[in-house]
Design a protein. Sequence first.
Length: 597
Amino acid sequence: MSDVIQLLPDSVANQIAAGEVIQRPSSVIKELVENAVDAGAKTINVLVVDAGRTTIQVIDDGCGMSETDARLAFERHATSKIRKADDLFALQTMGFRGEALPSIAAVAQVELRTRQQGEEVGTLLTISGSKVVGQEVCSCPVGSNFKVENLFFNVPARRKFLKSNATELNNIVQAFERIALVYPDIAFTLHSNGSELFNLRATNLRQRIVDVFGKRLNQDLLPVEADTSLCQITGLVGKPESAKKKGAHQYFFVNGRYMRHPYFHKAVQNAFERLVPTGEQVPYFIYFKVPAENIDVNIHPTKTEIKFENEQAVWQILTATVREAVGVFSEVPTIDFDTEGKPDIPQFDPSAHTEMPKVNYNPQYNPFNGGKTERPRKTTDWQQLYDDLLPSQDKHPQLFDDEPLEPIADKAPTHYQYKGKYIMTAVKSGLMIIDQHRAHVRVLYEEYVSREKNRPQTAQKVLFPEVVQFTAAEDAILQDLMPQMTALGFELTELGARNYAVNAIPVGLEGVNPVALVRDIVAESQQGEVAFQHEVADGLSLNLARHAAIPYGQILFNEEMEHIINSLFACSNVNYTPDGKKILHILQQHEIEQIFG
């Protein structure tokens, strides 16, 4: 029998390995910018065209490479960062694997111009799909200039599954921000299709955060600092009032490297326990400095997952540090010098005579002798009132797979609201419990979707236009959402510097904060990576429904509960909200009887 195992060609092996390192255009920018940082650059310029699909260019003023190093850098596992296995436990650089450049060259067309200090001419190297096309001398400044074109040109399946330009640009901005936040002493710029998104000068940490995310965040940040034998913690956390449900900026960095760490995230959340509403999160920018031998970075090619040797101890230090920062902020007393219009509270005079308070009551009152009178209950043949209002049974979806929706036809005319959250009503098969907010979300969602499909939504002008500011990543998402938002009734005017005036919102959203509404729409789209136009419209309709729906705790009259129930059962799906949350549950009659034995 002939041998069947053989070594793969280098070009094929490189494409396989590139699938882990280079997942999308943002991965290319992350690797190239990290290499520029390791090269000692003080200025790094990033330029992208078509969100990196067409061109990605990273220019730095670092140490540059010699002619031999430029050629050798594109060989797999060729690196200047480490020399032996022990170096993995004392890493001082961003990169060390020697996989980034060969992975990029395997799936793109790369042009490198580089020159070292003291050399008169530089090197121009051209590679396409791991094959060296040419190498020659050239004139260029000191540093490196990487130009990556036609990413995934030889892997059509990978290129096909890239998201929309807005989504890919959002990922690029996020990767850029994660590095810019670690190195405030380096100047960064980012350009997209010729437009400048970021121009960050060298500064301190707090100013760098403000430059990236806007001045509005500056007033909400508290300093965090702790120095122990295990680790050093510095950074900034948000005040409790800065908490929000979506879009909070949360970053962990260790030894100058961005990381994801759900365990440490829980530590920060515990520090704000009972200070922020459930489901809301505060922004934080926390930097760890740990001895290199106490962490393991060599877990995943993206290097965002890091293992700590003393994880539980660091967790406790982090929790105590954040609590101390919040506690110091909360305990600072405020002196109010504005006394105009305040009530005059008299001082206590012990010599003044004060009479004891008296309680007046009727000693002849007997609660068992006509103390209370019941209002006569109006009797009405309620079935005749609802015969014409209820839709026919064949239009109702099924509550369960094996049971048609018959109980609604025999529901009681009177409903009970439980704790301002649930509507309870008797039906033929038992007791029906409905979540009032979710039910109204389903009703409004289908109404907004129907309006968007059938005719343009009418806009309602706001009395005083409010200004909302976005980050570069959020602005990229907003530009993609703008046509659908305009069709739904939003009217946003660009004021420059990523500021927008909210002039109008869709009809039916009276009382909703327009700034918070627009921010939540952008934040949800940013997290959800909406790719298709109809998904964008549905996502906007769902967000509008959430803001306009009846909130928990609102007291409802019987007529209002009746209207919600009838509207719900006229929807295409009565069981679940558009995002899959359960709306109602029927407690069967036999279950109730079993409870009471």
